[in-house]
Design a protein around this ligand. Sequence first.
Ligand SMILES: *Cc1c(COP(=O)(O)O)cnc(C)c1O
Length: 381
Amino acid sequence: MKNKIWLSSPHMGGEELKYIQEAFDTNWVAPLGPNVTNFEDDLKKYLNRDSNIAALSSGTAALHIALILSGVKREDEVICQSMTFSASANPIAYQGATPIFVDSEQDTWNMCPKYLEKAILDRISKGKKPKAIIVVHLYGMPAKMDVITEIAQKYGIILIEDAAEALGSKYKGQKCGTFGDFGILSFNGNKIITTSGGGALVCKTKEMKEKAIFLATQARDEAPHYQHSQIGYNYRMSNVLAGIGRGQMEVLDLHIELRRQMHQFYKELFNGIKGIKIFEEPNKDFFSNHWLSCVLIDKEVAGFSSEDLRLVLLNNNIESRPLWKPMHLQPVFKEVPYYGEKVAEELFNRGLCLPSGSNLTTQDRNRIESVIQDFISSRTN
Ligand SMILES: *Cc1c(COP(=O)(O)O)cnc(C)c1O
């Protein structure tokens, strides 16, 4: 069997071990230290804004802290994009609050502004104004942040941007993660850069960042002994892992370029093939890091389904995956209110994520190309 081609696997740049070595040499083997501080500075410079970054143990932890800082409590409601990874919605449940799911729109696959506003108005009419909105930049594609921000401001609701998949993506020239009251990033193993596991919270002010770090380090009050006046968490990033992050920051733009080349590769591969549509930027306002390249397959026209293609790839040891199954269709959230139609559901039924790693070789690409071409010609003959 040929080597496995993964959907998205870690891709080291080369300098990561140097920073890890530094952590060992100076004995900063702890959830604080110079790598953590420097990694935060690197991210701040990269996002190119007055952003205040707290490096945390995961993107999920960052979302949880963002909700706490937004004042989300038991029995509150939080609006969340339905089409996303469950980590976008789970922290709402950690707080004992209820998610309110909203459908996607066709062009960006992200939160539909029309249904967002409908959801807000309906929740207000039922007696509860949502405490926060979680919008996601799916697969690196920016959501329409100008319209979404306008709606959040119109109703005075805190906006949290889940940019876990969108580090380096831009909307109208501004980096994703810097629009909302809070932004969150993830450095999990499958993301565009990784610290093996890790995340960050992007805050608007230094005070918010300090509050985030306070909560993420067990909420210790100022005192020589351990004194606590609220519940804390153990969510800070390890200084060893932040060393990986510093090395990865050196190759982030290169990784984005390579992921975008993978997108271009699929665009050419599927060019002219009926019933297959590649997921791409709607217009020049959008710059996607193309974390994952995705296609929609119309079975009636193409003669095969996304699942047929997935199985052919699997038989050739090539990993691909259906799109995120919308949260309102998940058994765990079956009682939760939903606003929308069937856009997210249709995308889920027809979509497929293809191998997109920045470390795929020409050989890998040739293999993907011949498997897909052979399959398509066998289906259309
Ligand atoms: C990966 C991911 C997260 C969670 O990040 P972790 O670092 O894995 O906790 C949250 N939201 C989205 C959309 C993600 O893809």
